[in-house]
Design a protein around this ligand. Structure first.
Ligand SMILES: Cc1cc2nc3c(=O)[nH]c(=O)nc-3n(C[C@H](O)[C@H](O)[C@H](O)COP(=O)(O)OP(=O)(O)OC[C@H]3O[C@@H](n4cnc5c(N)ncnc54)[C@H](O)[C@@H]3O)c2cc1C
Length: 467
């Protein structure tokens, strides 16, 4: 057995050759730092790759892909490591880690930004917000920009500016045979279509170019909390209130036990609450006016919705999704918040036991729904709401019960499911991936897979098989 790669069949000479050619770092099981480098965000995932290739640039990515192919290795690709089911790490094979590739360049005059594949959302926001600009992305700053973008990308400013992929201008890609190609509307347009929602199925994207949009830096944003006992009235009011709201307003309903955070009064911590978190992508005064009815409804127990820097708002959920906790997710889209759906939400919200279990119910629509369904591989632009049901525990202790709670909640909603966002899937099998894309789009994606990755070299993802 190799000392360098104790868990794989790769011989030492080959690994030494790769190490010598690499600008980044090649880490094997016997190397210092191996256990740190194989970790992903979800603590319930514990896999041991044979080798970790920490790429410093495109040349390293190409070398790693060729190495994986020559040695017939299972290959995982990691951007930010936030795949819920841990698809960005493998046992035994080769992990191609892009985390060192952190380059970001904002061009305020052209209104574009370029970001390499290891950039996290908070890092991109920090650079773009320095110019009062933003790329629509997600709601937790330590999420990887790469994986999020490749699945579509939903977040606080999407109802105004669309999905992350709607602001994507071009990408650089290393294909399954280690070749370098570019894709945009004008070059390899079929690949560009597939990359905007089709995940990592077609190659490794090393560089993303986005269009920028004006934002803040000050926004009216934050959550308003009510006791869970008031959830039926709050949710019915919420449904009617957002019925004709402007695209500038984006909201997420949260159910959980109030977290032990400095902003939460001690007597509220641990109590079941329902919250509506908002972000207004426009002038603060307009946001204050639009949000007033929400803030005045019923008897909120805590109101943290106020003018603040967008960067501060973006970090709001970070402490609730720490690295290393155990996470289990179920997700579905629903068309609307009918009384029946609200009853299910209220019933299951009351049953939350873990202090870190929660749901996020995303308001969709706005600019997302105005892009044609066929324009990108992302599917479900007409979704009314997206449920993200998180059964979480800090360790293995109690995880099974949380998992069961999430499954039960999701199953109760089954009669109302309309689809699912591919980035919110666990490892649920091919049929669910097909559901996420819809049959027609899935067939188109399969054809693209046959062109760009006929041997399914990139398979540790929400896999679109070539056959
Ligand atoms: C705490 C948390 C918050 C989230 N919030 C949001 C949100 O607000 N909005 C939203 O839309 N989604 C959200 N998600 C889901 C998120 O979009 C996906 O988990 C996404 O895959 C994460 O990207 P990553 O680069 O961190 O993941 P990774 O685990 O590194 O990768 C995910 C998948 O993409 C592939 N991949 C990664 N980088 C590349 C690349 N450069 N080229 C080719 N393939 C690649 C991987 O192989 C893997 O299959 C969230 C997830 C978490 C854990």
């Amino acid at each position: 057995m190799s000392t360098l790669t104790a868990r794989s069949s790769i011989d030492d000479a080959a690994v030494i050759g790769l190490r010598e050619s690499f600008r980044g770092e090649v880490v094997g099981p016997a190397d210092t730092g191996y256990d740190e480098q194989r970790k992903v965000w979800n603590g319930s995932i514990d896999r041991k790759p044979g080798l970790i290739a920490r790429c410093a640039g495109v040349a390293d990515v190409r070398a790693a892909v060729r190495f994986g192919r020559e040695h017939g290795l299972v290959v995982a690709v990691r951007g930010g490591g936030h795949s819920f089911p841990g698809l960005s790490v493998c046992d035994d094979g080769l992990l191609i880690d892009l985390g060192l590739m952190k380059g970001i360049r904002v061009d305020p005059e052209a209104g574009t930004a370029r970001a390499q594949a290891g950039v996290l959302l908070g890092e991109l926001d920090r650079e773009t917000q320095a110019f009062g600009l933003a790329v629509p992305s997600g709601i937790v700053t330590h999420t990887g920009m790469a994986g999020l973008t490749l699945g579509g990308g939903i977040g606080w400013i999407m109802r105004k500016y669309g999905l992350t992929v709607d602001q994507l201008v071009s990408v650089d890609v290393v294909t399954a045979d280690g070749e370098f190609v570019k894709a945009s509307d004008n070059e390899n347009a079929d690949l560009f279509w597939g990359i905007r929602g089709g995940g990592g199925n077609f190659g490794i994207v090393t560089d993303f170019e986005f269009r920028l949009n004006p934002l803040g830096p000050q926004v009216m944003a934050g959550p308003v909390f009510w006791p869970m006992e008031d959830a039926t009235e709050v949710l019915r009011f919420y449904r009617d209130w957002i019925g004709d709201c402007p695209d500038e307003l984006m909201t997420i309903v949260v159910q959980r036990k109030a977290p032990a955070l400095p902003v939460v009064p001690p007597d509220l911590v641990g109590k079941h609450v329902v919250a509506v978190a908002a972000c207004y992508t426009g002038p603060v005064e307009d946001g204050e006016r639009v949000l007033r009815p929400l803030k005045q409804f019923g008897h909120p127990v805590l109101d943290l919705c106020a003018p603040k820097p967008f960067l501060a708002h973006q970090k709001m959920f970070d402490p609730s999704f720490r690295h290393g906790w155990w996470y289990y997710f179920r997700s579905c889209d629903v068309a609307g918040l009918t009384d029946e759906v609200i009853d299910i939400v209220v019933e299951h919200g009351r049953r939350i036991t873990s202090p870190i279990t929660s749901i996020a119910l995303w308001q969709m629509g706005g600019a997302v729904a105005r892009v044609g369904e066929d324009e990108t591989a992302f599917n479900g632009r007409d979704a009314g709401f997206t449920f993200n049901i998180n059964g979480n525990s800090e360790t293995a202790d109690g995880f099974e019960a949380e998992r069961q709670w999430a499954r039960d909640y999701w199953s109760a909603l089954a009669p109302y499911h309309t689809g699912v966002y591919v980035n919110f899937l666990m490892e649920e099998g091919e049929e669910r991936v097909r559901q996420a894309y819809g049959a027609e789009k899935y067939d188109r994606l399969k054809a693209l897979k046959r062109t760009y990755d006929p041997t399914n070299f990139f398979r540790l993802n929400q896999n679109i098989t070539p056959d």
